[in-house]
Design a protein around this ligand. Structure first.
Ligand SMILES: NC(=O)c1ccc[n+]([C@@H]2O[C@H](COP(=O)([O-])OP(=O)(O)OC[C@H]3O[C@@H](n4cnc5c(N)ncnc54)[C@H](OP(=O)(O)O)[C@@H]3O)[C@@H](O)[C@H]2O)c1
Length: 343
């Protein structure tokens, strides 16, 4: 029996994780948390808001599934990595912001770090077959694929929230529309697979059937395919190294289509790569500024294109000095948020 602590239990990933856990007699939910929505009767230990450290210490889980959204996921990520408890990581923002510190904690803790993000779950599975020479992340392109900057000028939050292939929480859905999500994923892949940014490509693949591809040095490439359904990577991470059944139908191969991403229109992808290559706390600042700007867009305070403008402006103003510890990282996150020039 694997004992699971689920953080972010009321969200899109959280609810699907509960479905996966309830369907698998080998998994037991021993703790659950949310941000502000109360949770009743899910597990013996539940918590709404605040620092989840005590909850985790009391629950003593075998696996922490971190499905919190945003930088708020930092504490459970670091707790699991430091303690060598298996971390099933959906919360990409914590790894992007705290990359070096998180990987150092992972090395000290010696636990498993299993990505839940579908692309990284795919790459993780492909990378079991050998040392990756380079990686390809696929992106659906979001609801605004193929549009020009002019056509994006007046798009609304409702339009940005209508993702063509995935049903997800609001923040990641807007990130998919700006391509910031793929930008965050480039940085996530860099840290997860210890691979240079010049060895991580992004291609637009509108149907989201191919989730990721690993190229090996002998010229062989292994791709991971499946319908876009987060229950598959959640189940993989929770039952690893086994593979449990899910209700997802077997894949019926259709035409596979791929395009180059338009990084001029979707600046957030190029900005993430730049922030990742500069290193230090630039990825943390990118993430922080994006979180603030996405919320401002969802609240109707700024336009869609201003998300990238705001993030670019913050990146130009921070010094990006590496964080030597978590206090410095939290300060870099706070400073970047403060610099975001939105009303
Ligand atoms: N959704 C997907 O398909 C998908 C796919 C790949 C990766 N991810 C990643 O998974 C994470 C979760 O995404 P999601 O789409 O499930 O988000 P979501 O639906 O917005 O859910 C977010 C969860 O985090 C909780 N939360 C928010 N702020 C918190 C705080 N300060 N402290 C503790 N908990 C807090 C929320 O609780 P309340 O309900 O109380 O607000 C909710 O349970 C994100 O990092 C996202 O990038 C998601």
């Amino acid at each position: 029996m694997k004992r699971i602590a689920l953080l972010g239990a009321t969200g899109s990933i959280g609810r699907q994780a509960i479905e996966v856990i309830e369907a698998n007699p080998g998994l037991e939910l021993v703790a659950a948390s949310s941000g502000s929505t109360p949770i009743d009767g899910l597990a013996a230990l539940t918590q709404t808001g605040g620092d989840p450290t005590e909850l985790l210490e009391r629950a003593q889980p075998d696996v922490v599934l971190n499905a919190v959204v945003g930088f708020a996921g930092l504490v459970p990520t670091m707790w699991a990595l430091e303690h060598g408890v298996t971390l099933a990581l959906a919360n990409k923002e914590s790894l992007v912001a705290a990359g070096e510190l998180a990987i150092a904690a992972h090395k000290r803790g010696q636990g498993e770090l299993i990505p839940v993000d579908s692309e990284h779950s795919a790459l993780f599975q492909c990378a079991q077959l050998g040392e990756p020479e380079s990686l390809v992340l696929t992106a659906s392109g979001g609801p605004f694929r193929g549009r020009t900057r002019d056509e994006l000028q007046n798009v609304t939050p409702d339009e940005a929230l209508a993702h063509p292939t995935w049903s997800m929480g609001p923040k990641i859905t807007v990130d998919s529309a700006t391509l910031a999500n793929k930008g965050l994923e480039i940085i996530e892949a860099h840290f997860l697979f210890d691979i240079g940014y010049d060895c991580i490509d992004v291609v637009i693949h509108p149907t989201s059937i191919v989730h990721g591809l690993v190229r090996f040095r002998d010229g062989a490439s292994i791709a991971h395919l499946g319908y876009p359904d987060m229950r598959v990577p959640i189940s993989y991470a929770l039952t690893y190294p086994d593979r449990a059944a899910t209700p997802v139908p077997p894949l019926d191969l259709r035409t596979l289509e791929f395009h180059e991403p338009d990084t001029e229109t979707f600046r957030m992808l190029a900005l993430a790569r730049e922030a990742g290559e500069k290193g230090g706390t630039y990825p943390c600042a990118y993430n922080a500024a994006n979180e603030v700007a996405v919320q401002a867009f969802l609240d109707g305070r700024i336009g869609f294109l201003e998300i990238a403008t705001a993030v670019e402006d913050v990146l130009a103003r921070v010094d990006g000095a590496p964080a030597r510890n978590l206090d410095e990282l939290v300060e870099a996150d706070r400073h970047a948020r403060e610099l975001v020039a939105v009303a």
